[in-house]
Design a protein around this ligand. Structure first.
Ligand code: AMP
Ligand code: MG
Length: 345
């Protein structure tokens, strides 16, 4: 599959035009965004979106995010544009925030998994923005990996996961945010965080306080504390709410620092058939033989390197991955905590 290097700040217009023509023709193109690499397809072309689902092995119930270059293009996909959506778009776009709003009639059902709502985002990455402007169509762009695998934050991760399933990958270097966008539902009286990300509840609430709108965790009709929880029988409104997700191939143990001793004894009991034990640690140490990645102590820098560390565990053919949990109760870690708990399921 051709991987085409592209300057992440000033992308070559000829490369962008070629990629945009492919998207308009219904082809798939993988490209960098500030969150993770996306696998793009023309969101208004039902056949192209179907090819996207097939390439990822993504189940049809899992809707995709339509990426657009500006606010106007986002509003064009919405049947109604609530005050909350307008405030959040003004405050956080372009950036790692996805807004779920009532969908316009011309958005194909395949892109929304049959839901009456569509998810839209204006990404901040210059390559993504240039591509979206040139394509002049909304681009469905879920993470460019096979379903349930770890999302890609480099072009090499895309190639490893999708291989020949994607005809073109624009390589703009590593992603700055590193985990997927915060997804919020703006279709009701309050705003619901469907998927936590690096834009946290507090920042969202600050933007919405002047118009008296509350921000809560969890899909409507579900009870949630902190991270999103899917109740039995609920339709998953956020694909990120699927069970095991963002997961390396090996079994993952997520443990709080206080449980280090238990982990050490459990490790002694646990055979990995000669495959390495990989550990992502922030504060504790573990006895060898363990391949240790020292993880950053701040949530932003942690998020940026997390998926690369999980991909490295896959490359090392780890038999077991140990991850020291983020500090409990600190909301700045909500996005990272959500991804780690899904990886460990
Ligand atoms: P991904 O493409 O895997 O990064 O994730 C797509 C995300 O988009 C999911 O986590 C959902 O939260 C969200 N999403 C897409 N469409 C909708 C929709 N119609 N309603 C609610 N959430 C949606
Ligand atoms: Mg994904």
């Amino acid at each position: 599959m051709p991987v085409v290097p592209v300057d992440p700040v000033h992308p070559d217009p000829a490369i962008i035009t070629d990629a945009a023509v492919r998207l308009r023709a219904g082809e798939l193109v993988a490209f960098p965004t500030e969150t993770v690499y996306g696998l793009g397809a023309n969101a208004l072309d039902a056949a192209a979106v179907a090819r996207l689902y097939a390439a990822k092995g993504r189940p049809a119930w899992n809707p995709v995010i339509a990426h657009v270059p500006d606010h106007e293009a986002a509003r064009a996909l919405a049947r109604a544009w609530p005050a909350a959506a307008e405030r959040l778009a003004q405050a956080f776009w372009p950036g790692p925030l996805t807004l779920v709003v009532a969908k316009a009639a011309h958005v194909p059902d395949v892109a929304t998994a049959g839901l009456d709502a569509v998810a839209v985002r204006v990404p901040a990455h210059p390559v993504a923005l240039a591509l979206l402007r040139a394509a002049a169509v909304p681009v469905a762009a879920p993470s460019a990996n096979r379903f349930t695998q770890v999302s890609p934050t480099t072009a090499q991760h895309v190639v490893r996961s999708l291989g020949d399933r994607v005809p073109l990958v624009l390589d703009g270097g590593p992603c700055a945010v590193g985990i997927e966008s915060t997804v919020v539902d703006c279709t009701g009286e309050d705003v619901r965080i469907l998927r936590p990300g690096m834009i946290g509840r507090e920042s969202l609430q600050d933007a919405l306080a002047p118009i008296g709108i509350h921000v809560r965790h969890g899909a409507r009709g579900t009870v949630a504390h902190g991270a999103t929880q899917l109740a039995p029988g609920d339709v998953p409104r956020a694909p990120g709410m699927a069970d095991r997700h963002y997961a390396p191939q090996a079994e993952v143990w997520l443990f709080p620092a206080e449980q280090r001793e238990e982990i050490v004894s459990a490790l002694n009991e646990r055979a990995t058939g000669g495959r390495p034990v990989v550990a992502l640690l922030r504060t504790v140490t573990l006895p060898t033989p363990t391949q240790v990645t020292a993880m950053p102590s701040e949530p932003d820098t942690y998020a940026r390197v997390l998926y690369a560390a999980l991909h490295d565990a896959d490359t090392a053919e780890a038999g077991l991955v140990l991850i020291e949990a983020p500090p409990e109760g600190d909301a700045a870690w909500d996005g990272v905590r959500d991804r780690l708990s899904r990886a460990a399921r």
